[in-house]
Design a binder for this molecule. Structure first.
Ligand code: AMP
Length: 463
């Protein structure tokens, strides 16, 4: 007996089915409308890019790059080729005292060379790197003013799946790239985000803001933080202990209850900003006040990606449990240069669509979305041509119409119309065809009217 495999969606991925997909479309459509009202325009970039693009921009030491990317070789190279390349680039050194076995040590440069030779690509874990790559490659810096771009689409991270955390998830993001780093840009980007959240009824949210300094003041603060962390090393968990050396700012992200008291005593970046950063942050807060935007300062908001400078922000929403961040963003003034472009300022954010939708669903504050308007209940094969014709006309007039492909008994037909949630059944039998009229039955209250073709659209629109 042959065993049949039951295929399932890959762990951490999921199907978005109707009617939820209508909610998703509405959310994305509203985002497009809001963003375009702020004069942002859509950019569509590929779903995979050179692995080294992400390594360089997001940062080698981040969780995203070091362990969460889906990476594969392209072109001629197979995985075996990649292993060979890695092999060729490794200098094998005997482990002192070990009788057998070899230790591979690969420097960052060697690894970069190996990856390059194998043409490794990764599914994008986020889209800012791609947008910046496109900005540089397509010479967008030569265009007038700032480039205000938005994107919509899936991202991929090999995270441990749980509620609100998936391996394929969706983001809607926006970026401003150009010559200016005026705090008004930061505030307008935040305003745009909150206008969207308001419009979709995502109102039980909190906005957190912080400044994490620039390349002048941050390194000094990071060193100070590292020194202080080394003093309390023994009282921290394994992850934080490792991060003292690799990325001390990330320790501030820790959610471990036993670390909270220690973290509260650490030096705060707000006390160590340079004059320019302090001024920028103060002006950002003025700009937010000017727009009537409520916020909370959170000195621990450092964000997990390497490229942020100065402004960082995050929005959390209710009803999501531990994964409650629905949007994260910040300024990344050095990123374009880091990726080989001209000096350029940048700021952006990414909304986690999965979580935003989840929060809207949990709130019960769902929009009324258009459904099926008309079910054409035709009877008798001689009526079928008229049914096809009226279905076409009503669809052209903008209504959603269901035309049964096979003849059905009248009762069954109306029963199905009801189950499908149609607003109206358009009854089309011998009498109607003979008199050139239609019987329109409103399913909510069974009110029935005989109408001519010309009268149908008005009645359908009226309710
Ligand atoms: P980040 O790109 O990490 O700043 O994330 C921006 C937003 O994307 C977060 O606030 C989340 O709402 C969402 N997000 C990030 N990772 C995931 C994931 N694995 N699953 C679902 N949403 C995510």
């Amino acid at each position: 007996m042959s065993e049949r495999k039951q295929f399932r969606a890959i762990r951490g991925t999921r199907d978005i089915l109707p009617p939820d997909s209508a909610l998703w479309n509405w959310f994305e459509r509203t985002a497009r409308e809001v963003f375009e009202s702020f004069n942002f325009r859509e950019i569509r970039t590929p779903i995979f890019e050179d692995t080294s693009l992400f390594a360089r921009s997001v940062g080698e030491e981040t969780d995203i790059v070091s362990k969460e990317m889906f990476t594969f070789p392209t072109g001629e190279a197979s995985m075996t080729d990649v292993m060979e390349v890695v092999h060729e680039n490794i200098e094998f050194q005997p482990i002192p005292g070990a009788s057998q076995g070899k230790q591979a040590s690969l420097s960052a440069d060697e690894m970069t060379a190996a990856i390059k030779a194998a043409s490794l690509v990764s599914l994008r874990p986020e889209a800012t790197a791609s947008v910046v790559r496109a900005y540089i490659e397509r010479g967008m810096h030569a265009l007038p003013g700032s480039q205000k771009l938005y994107y919509v689409g899936p991202m991929f991270r090999r995270e441990r799946p749980q509620k609100g955390r998936y391996r394929q998830f969706y983001q809607i993001g926006a970026e401003v790239l150009g010559p200016s780093d005026a705090p008004a840009i930061d505030a307008e980007v935040i305003e745009m985000l909150l206008v969207l959240f308001n419009r979709v009824g995502l109102t039980r949210t909190t906005l957190y803001v912080n400044s994490i300094g620039c390349k002048e003041c941050r390194p000094k603060y990071v060193e100070l933080l590292r020194d202080e962390l080394r003093k309390v090393r023994d009282r921290l968990g394994a992850d934080s202990q490792r991060r003292i050396e690799t990325n001390p700012l990330r320790v501030l992200d820790s959610k471990l209850p036993e670390e909270q008291e220690i973290i509260a005593t650490l030096p705060r970046i707000s006390d160590h900003l340079c004059d320019a950063c302090r001024d920028h942050f103060a002006k950002l807060k003025d700009e937010l006040n000017l727009r009537g935007i409520a916020y909370q300062e959170n000195w621990r908001l450092v964000r997990g990606l390497d490229y942020y400078t100065r402004t960082t922000f995050e929005v959390t929403a209710e009803g999501l449990g531990s994964q409650n961040a629905v949007c994260g963003g910040g300024r990344y003034d050095g990123l374009v240069e880091l990726l080989g472009g001209p000096p350029t300022k940048g700021i952006g954010f990414a909304i986690g669509t999965d979580r935003a939708i989840l929060s809207i669903q949990e709130s019960g504050n769902l929009p009324k979305l258009p459904g099926l308007d008309v079910f054409v209940a035709w009877m008798g094969t001689e009526c079928y041509p008229a049914a096809v014709a009226i279905a076409r006309k009503l669809r052209d007039a903008g209504f959603a119409v269901e035309l049964p492909p096979e003849e059905m008994k009248f009762k069954k037909s109306l029963g199905l119309a009801d189950k499908l949630g149609a607003r109206y059944a358009l009854i089309l039998g011998e009498d109607e065809v003979a008199s050139g009229t239609y019987t329109l039955k409103r399913l909510a209250d069974a009110e029935q009217k005989k109408l001519t073709e010309g009268e149908l659209p008005e009645q359908l629109r009226s309710g």
